[in-house]
Write a protein that binds this ligand. Structure first.
Ligand SMILES: Nc1ncnc2c1ncn2[C@@H]1O[C@H](COP(=O)(O)OP(=O)(O)OP(=O)(O)O)[C@@H](O)[C@H]1O
Length: 277
């Protein structure tokens, strides 16, 4: 993949994050140019999700900055965060719990559009139809409920929800790790297609370097809260420079189910908090 060389859409500089005495992030810095994907890879507990949360304003950094499109959003106010919520979206790991089971897919997809100020029912219906087609979902999807779809289809819907209001950055936190391998490839291809179509940037978080390599222009390897390696995904996989990266590649770590449950719960709480603001 060829990377874009414009001014970065997102710049993170010198992030240090503590949970009590524990330092979860140490001097983290990177750029995400417009229309590109930065892969963030590391084992469980290395700090990947924490980086995503700092960008989304859900975790406060002790020091460092997050610059979005030239604006320092590190300590953005609640009202500014609400505005940024349209530009910066999230796709969660678990397509089973991230969609509201009591709402039709159409209702779920109309929320971000209404938040973005689209009020015409005709426009909303048209945009939903357009996007469901782009993400490869059947025409009658909008009138159906999440339980009627497979995991891969639900993740397509979750991706559609994230991009429907044309955000500029989407934080994808382990978006394919709950899916079967063949379905993973389809969702990864979908992200690549959407990026070409919408010029959206992705921060793509995964424990699996092979997955990250398929979608990322650049990749960062995180170990115990620190960046230990950075480069082109293929280069990192084919010629890892750091001993930890070699271990990561050899071990192909499987996320600990208990931690993943805890993480899903935290994301759900965060999403609920977002919807309540
Ligand atoms: N709210 C919190 N309070 C205390 N410690 C936390 C909190 N959130 C994360 N941590 C700790 O910070 C470290 C990094 O967590 P983080 O969730 O960012 O890791 P991760 O790389 O995303 O791993 P995983 O994929 O397993 O979630 C872990 O040791 C975790 O236990």
């Amino acid at each position: 993949m060829s990377a874009n060389t414009e001014t970065p859409l997102l710049s993170v500089r010198g992030l240090n994050v503590y949970f009590g005495p524990f330092q979860a992030l140490k001097n983290i810095g990177f750029d995400i140019p417009t229309g590109t994907t930065l892969g963030l890879v590391g084992e469980s507990g290395s700090g990947k999700t924490t980086i995503g949360k700092v960008i989304l304003g859900q975790v406060k950094a002790e020091s460092g900055s997050v610059i979005y499109d030239g604006e320092d959003i590190t300590n953005a106010s609640r009202s500014r965060r609400r505005g940024l919520g349209r530009d910066i979206q999230v796709v969660f790991q678990d397509p089973y719990s991230s969609l509201n089971p009591t709402r039709t897919i159409g209702q779920t997809l109309s929320e971000p559009l209404m938040m973005a100020g689209v009020t015409s029912r005709t426009d909303i219906r048209r945009r939903i139809k357009e996007l469901l087609d782009i993400v490869g979902m059947p025409a009658d999807t909008a009138d159906r409920y999440p339980f009627e779809f497979s995991g891969g289809q639900r993740q397509r819907v979750a991706v559609a929800r994230a991009v429907i209001a044309k955000p500029r950055l989407v934080v994808c936190d382990e978006p394919v790790s709950a899916l079967d391998l063949s379905v993973q490839a389809q969702v990864l291809n979908l992200l690549n297609d959407l990026q070409r179509e919408l010029s959206v940037s992705f921060l793509f978080i995964s424990h699996d370097l092979t997955v990250v390599r398929h979608v990322s222009h650049r990749t960062i390897v995180l170990y115990k809260g620190e960046i230990v390696e950075e480069g082109d995904g293929a280069q990192i996989q084919d010629a890892p420079q750091h001993a930890y990266t070699r271990t990561l590649l050899a071990a192909a770590p499987v996320p600990d189910p208990a931690r993943q449950r805890e993480k899903r719960q935290r994301w759900r709480e965060m999403r609920q908090a977002q919807l309540n603001t």
